[in-house]
Structures are given as structure tokens and as C-alpha cells.
Design a protein around this ligand. Structure first.
Ligand code: HEC
Ligand code: HEC
Length: 343
């Protein structure tokens, strides 16, 4: 159909010219676009020009046009973060100056520490220690009151700050000898002392050789693990009499520990987290369940100290931060702070 013919075709019913488009006998009338629609269309064009002037829009080789007022969503985020930091500053200033004692006795500061500690723990510690600090093989359970290096807030603070065998100058460090690999003891002697170690928590199956095992233990192990295997915190040597195991209490695992030693590494956080976050973490970990009042030294420990039957395989226990009085006021502010302080 030529243009000439199409223009001339008039719809019989309405008397309106058609566009010449036809579908199964239905023809399209050549009505003009509605006025309201056109207006919306023009307004959109004007709006887009205005937008382009005011906001960042066109891509350029070096980024994009900045717009009249230099607004950007990144800038807005920064401003909002600054607002959050301001809100936190009220607490942070007080927190920074407070001693651990003062924090524990101040509802608000305590809530601030717990909220910040919980968030920082999730981000940094849960990968190794489990989401509720319940631990895994080689990674101590932080919920129980069985401590390798000490369970006072100060002890925990030092552990987090400098790490264990972390390579930091102030690290906590000690090395259990690899008695088998380094040929300090024969296989038979290791088997005997393994049996003796199992007897300390009532697990030894055979009484035979316990005397020999005991002698080997006194000569080689007691200097770190204590006369009765009650552990020695100066060396981070676990209590071997409480049936709480870092690596495992079955015969093969103990044999392997004594043969090869383990030397678990806990990183130092000094360079990665700021001091306030580490203090929050120390309070949080201390409150997880096993916190101690003061640094306990080796002499004060009783052979059975800390046995509460806590199972290292227990389900993680989420600390109920919501239940802490005052927490609601500070919790939002803190959640964002962690990311900020890490930047
Ligand atoms: C890469 C794994 C890893 C990460 C991440 C990690 N830890 Fe540890 N942590 C360990 C290991 C392993 C030990 C035990 C070291 C040993 O054998 O003495 C340990 C020990 C500890 C102890 C000492 C427990 C005791 O019984 O004395 C505390 C407290 C602790 N970690 C807290 C933390 C906190 C808080 C964080 C997060 C900031 C953290 N850890 C992150 C691996 C880790
Ligand atoms: C220099 C101190 C030192 C001496 C000596 C020592 N240990 Fe240890 N032992 C440790 C430390 C530290 C650990 C913690 C594991 C690690 O990370 O190396 C440990 C861990 C263990 C464990 C693992 C406990 C668990 O909970 O899984 C066993 C078992 C053990 N030692 C037995 C012995 C026996 C048996 C001897 C003597 C033949 C001995 N140790 C001598 C320091 C020592």
C-alpha cells in the first residue's frame, strides 16, 4: 500500500483516518497522542535536563560529571557514618577512660562493651572459635571456665591483643616438645604416659604400666602441666585432669599430641583492631560464661578447678545481648562502628 492510498483510507464508523496498520480486520485509527501524555513526556525531558545539571550523571573518561552541588551517594554514606560516629563518641569517650572495673559496674558502658564485643566477635573470631565461642578441635571453647592462659578480663585482653605464638614481641608463647618426633621418649614410653594421662580423668582402661607412666609424666610433663596434670597457665599448658580437651582425650589423639606436639596459633589483633574494640571483646569473652575475677596463678589452681562438664561439642550459645539493660540504646550505634573502626 502506498502512502497516497493509506492517507485516504477513512474508518467508516468513526470517520477518522487510519494508520494503515491492520490485524485480522482490526484497523488502527490515526488519532493524535493524548495531551496529558505529551505533557508528561515533555516534563520528563525537562526534568532529565535539570537532573543532569544538578546530580552526577554522564560518564566521562575519568569518572562522571559531578553535578552542580557535587552530591553523591558515597558522600551521603560518609555523612551518615559521621553521624553514627558522633552518637557513639558519647559512649566511646567514657569507655576509653574507664577501667575494666568501672565498665563492669556501669550499666551503659557494660551494654556498650557487650554490643560492640558481640559484633566484633562475629566478624573476627567466630571463624575459629565458633559463633558462640564454643570452640572446635584445636580452638578453645571460650564459654567454659577452663582456661589455657587465664580467664580474667586482663588475661583475655592480653591474649587477644598479642596473640599466642603469633610472632608478636609480646606474644604468649611456650612450646610443648615433640616427644616422639624429636626422640625424647620411645614409642613405648609415650604409650605409657598416654595411658597415665587418660587415668587423670578416669579414662585409662588398663592399670598396668601406670606407675611407669606416672614417672615419665613427673620427669617430662609436670613442669608445664603440673604435678597432678592440673595445667599450668604460665605455659598455656591445658589441664589434663578435667576431661575437657583441646585436641581430644582418646588414646590415639593424646598419643599424637605427645608424639608431635601441636603449637596452636592465635593471631595478634593489635594491628587489626583498635584498642577499644579489643577491650569490648575482652569484656564480651569474659562474660561468655567462664570469666574469672582475677588472674589466677599456677599455685592457686586446684586439680579439679574448672570442671563443669562443659562439652566442647556443645551447640554455640548466642549471648542474649537484647536482655542486657540499656543495650537497646547503644546497639545500633555500635553495630556500624565495627566496620568503621576496621576501615
Ligand atoms: C585463626 C584462628 C583464630 C582466630 C581468628 C581467633 N583465635 Fe583465639 N585462639 C586460637 C587458638 C588456636 C587458640 C589456642 C592457642 C593455644 O593452643 O594456646 C586461641 C586462644 C584464644 C584465647 C585463650 C583461651 C584460653 O583458654 O586461655 C582467647 C581468649 C581467644 N583465643 C580469643 C579470641 C578472640 C576474642 C578472637 C577474635 C578477635 C580470636 N580469639 C580469634 C585461634 C584463633
Ligand atoms: C613446655 C611445656 C610443656 C611440656 C613439658 C609438656 N606439655 Fe603438653 N602441652 C603444652 C602446651 C602449651 C599444650 C597446648 C597445645 C599446644 O598448642 O601446643 C599442651 C597440650 C598437651 C595435650 C593436649 C591436651 C588437650 O586438651 O587436647 C596433652 C595430652 C599433653 N600436652 C600432654 C603432655 C605430656 C604427656 C607431656 C610429657 C610427656 C607434656 N604434655 C609435656 C605444654 C607442655
Amino acid at each position: 500500500m502506498s502512502d497516497e492510498q493509506r492517507k485516504k483510507e477513512i474508518d467508516e464508523v468513526t470517520g477518522v483516518e487510519t494508520t494503515g496498520h491492520e490485524w485480522d480486520g482490526l484497523k488502527e485509527l490515526n488519532n493524535p497522542a493524548p495531551r496529558w501524555w505529551l505533557w508528561v513526556f515533555y516534563i520528563c525531558i525537562i526534568w532529565s535536563i535539570g537532573y543532569w545539571v544538578v546530580y552526577p550523571s554522564w560518564p566521562t573518561l575519568s569518572g562522571n560529571t559531578a553535578g552542580r552541588f557535587g552530591w553523591s551517594s558515597a558522600q551521603k554514606l560518609k555523612e551518615e557514618q559521621a553521624k553514627i560516629a558522633d552518637r557513639q563518641k558519647v559512649y566511646l569517650d567514657r569507655f576509653e577512660k574507664a577501667s575494666f572495673d568501672e565498665i563492669m559496674n556501669d550499666e551503659e558502658l557494660y551494654a556498650f562493651a557487650m554490643a560492640g564485643g558481640a559484633a566484633a566477635f562475629k566478624d573476627n573470631c567466630a571463624t575459629c572459635h565458633g559463633s558462640g565461642g564454643s570452640g572446635a578441635k584445636g580452638y578453645p571453647n571460650l564459654n567454659d571456665d577452663d582456661w589455657l592462659w587465664g580467664g580474667s578480663i586482663e588475661d583475655i585482653y592480653q591474649t587477644i591483643m598479642y596473640g599466642i605464638r603469633s610472632g608478636h614481641d609480646e606474644e604468649r608463647v611456650s612450646a610443648m616438645p615433640a616427644f616422639g618426633k624429636d626422640e625424647l621418649l620411645t614409642r613405648d614410653e609415650i604409650a605409657a604416659v598416654t595411658n597415665y594421662v587418660m587415668s587423670l580423668s578416669g579414662e585409662a582402661e588398663d592399670e598396668a604400666g601406670l606407675g611407669q607412666g606416672r614417672t615419665i609424666f613427673q620427669d617430662n610433663c609436670a613442669s608445664c602441666h603440673g604435678e597432678n596434670g592440673q595445667g599450668g597457665r604460665d605455659f598455656g599448658a591445658p589441664n589434663l585432669s578435667d576431661d575437657i580437651w583441646l585436641y581430644g582425650g582418646d588414646r590415639e589423639t593424646i598419643y599424637e599430641t605427645v608424639y608431635n606436639a601441636r603449637a596452636g596459633v592465635m593471631p595478634t589483633w593489635e594491628a587489626r583492631l583498635d584498642n577499644n574494640t579489643i577491650r569490648q571483646l575482652a569484656v564480651y569473652v569474659h562474660q561468655l560464661g567462664g570469666g574469672e575475677e582475677e588472674t589466677v596463678n599456677v599455685e592457686q589452681q586446684q586439680p579439679d578447678a574448672g570442671t563443669d562438664g562443659v562439652d566442647t561439642n556443645a551447640e554455640p550459645v548466642e549471648q542474649p545481648v537484647d536482655a542486657i539493660p540499656g543495650a537497646a540504646d547503644v546497639i545500633d550505634a555500635v553495630n556500624d562502628s565495627i566496620q568503621e573502626t576496621q576501615e
